[in-house]
Ligand binder design. Structure first.
Ligand code: ADP
Ligand code: MG
Length: 253
């Protein structure tokens, strides 16, 4: 799972004349785990959507391994290996855990989700391949034994793990996780932290937004701090912790 570099420059996006993200720059080399922190409304989720292509930039560029991707629709970025797991469980409740994860593989392949949903005959062989990949992803996040359960029957922590399994099944080269630990119990958090550390050691590039600052500070190589849509600090976890601007804006409370 070789990671890619992600480079955001001069990124701006406004809603109704108010900037959610303003002239943001971010350079993350391959294999880095970058934490993005900041108070509520700082623009973290908007930044992720600008990278994933769910939102369009008003200005600026996004480059993946040096190549511009900011004009590409989200599904094309997904095919290039950009995978965003947004806040809030977006699962298909009636589908099984396995089927939910298989969707992740389909969105990352040319055949796409629609052809899969229509169950075209040519699809059957690759379908088996995808199912085996999906099982491996479920296994990775500790959900192997729940593969055939409807997703809605899983507790929140496992639904979170399911979202992550779905993203991993698409073989991302850049994984963006928006508050993956929120709502998780201590044991589940530890499990997630261990998995993220493992993915990092495999060279996957990751951006991680998380409310629990302690959680990200332990895992991150570097930290970018947003406030009111702007980058107010960037550095190692230790540097950021000691930064007066960060303490004033965010860590002080
Ligand atoms: P964070 O994830 O850091 O909490 P967001 O990126 O969700 O922050 O939001 C940044 C700002 O942009 C907030 O003021 C929010 O109200 C606004 N915003 C985000 N998405 C939209 C949207 N779709 N429409 C209007 N305003 C939005
Ligand atoms: Mg958010």
């Amino acid at each position: 799972m070789m990671g890619v570099s992600i480079s955001v420059a001069g990124a701006s996006r406004a809603f109704g004349g108010v900037y959610a993200v303003r002239e943001v720059g971010l350079d993350v080399p391959p294999g880095e785990l970058r934490a993005v922190i900041g108070p509520n409304g700082a623009g973290k989720s908007t930044l992720f959507a600008l990278i994933g292509g769910q939102l369009a930039l008003d200005a600026g560029t996004v480059r993946l391994d040096g190549a511009r991707i900011d004009r590409l629709p989200a599904h094309r970025r997904a095919r290039l290996g950009v995978s965003v797991v947004f806040q809030g469980a977006r699962i298909f409740p009636r589908m099984t855990a396995l089927e939910n994860v298989m969707v992740g593989a389909h969105t990352a392949t040319r055949s796409g989700f629609l052809t899969a949903a229509l169950r075209l005959p040519a699809h059957a062989r690759s379908e088996r391949l995808i199912a085996s990949r999906a099982r491996a992803s479920l296994d990775r996040v500790g959900l192997a034994q729940w593969a055939d359960r409807p997703a809605e029957s899983l507790p929140l922590g496992q639904q979170r793990a399911l979202q992550l399994a779905r993203a991993l099944c698409g073989r991302p080269r850049l994984l963006l996780l928006d508050e993956p630990a929120s709502g998780l119990r201590t044991g589940e958090r530890e499990h997630l932290a261990a998995l993220l550390a493992e993915l990092r050691s495999e060279g996957l590039t990751m951006l991680l937004v998380e409310h629990d600052v302690g959680f990200v500070m332990r895992l991150a190589d570097r930290v970018t701090v947003l406030d009111l849509g702007r980058v107010i600090a960037e550095g190692s976890p230790a540097e950021v912790r000691a930064d007066p601007a960060v303490i004033a804006a965010y860590l002080g409370d």
